[in-house]
Design a protein around this ligand. Structure first.
Ligand SMILES: [Zn+2]
Length: 123
């Protein structure tokens, strides 16, 4: 398996598990489970060739969609993020890391940030 599981979006556990097993004794199912809080990803049929890839992508998407409270959590790298400003509006803002201590600045006064959603495939 090449794709890495991101931490649990609910409790932060860094070691969620890819689980494969019988679901209600009916069929072979694959999902991601958090052993700490019991959170589950969607269940996907183990008969699908890309079953592992599909559940891992779904699980990891939850972490990408999570809002992070600033300044308790800061982005690891400079870049553009979706932010909620102190006047309760959503913008895209640049975060600049200017030293090795990972301090950084935003273009706006912000309360929360999260990753930008992926771009659609534009022809
Ligand atoms: Zn959890």
């Amino acid at each position: 398996m090449t794709e890495e599981l991101k931490p649990c979006p609910f409790c932060g556990n860094k070691y969620p598990k890819l689980v494969r097993g019988l679901f209600q004794e009916l069929s072979d199912m694959v999902n991601v489970n958090c052993p700490d809080c019991g959170a589950n990803s969607a269940f996907v049929s183990g008969f699908l060739i890309d079953a592992n890839k599909i559940v891992i992508a779904g699980w990891n998407m939850r972490e990408l969609e999570k809002w992070h409270k600033y300044p308790d959590e800061k982005p690891e790298k400079s870049g553009r993020y979706l932010v909620v400003t102190t006047d309760r509006r959503i913008y895209i803002s640049e975060f600049f890391i200017y030293d090795e201590k990972k301090e950084g600045t935003w273009e706006y006064q912000i309360l929360y940030w999260r990753e930008l959603p992926p771009m659609p495939e534009v022809e």
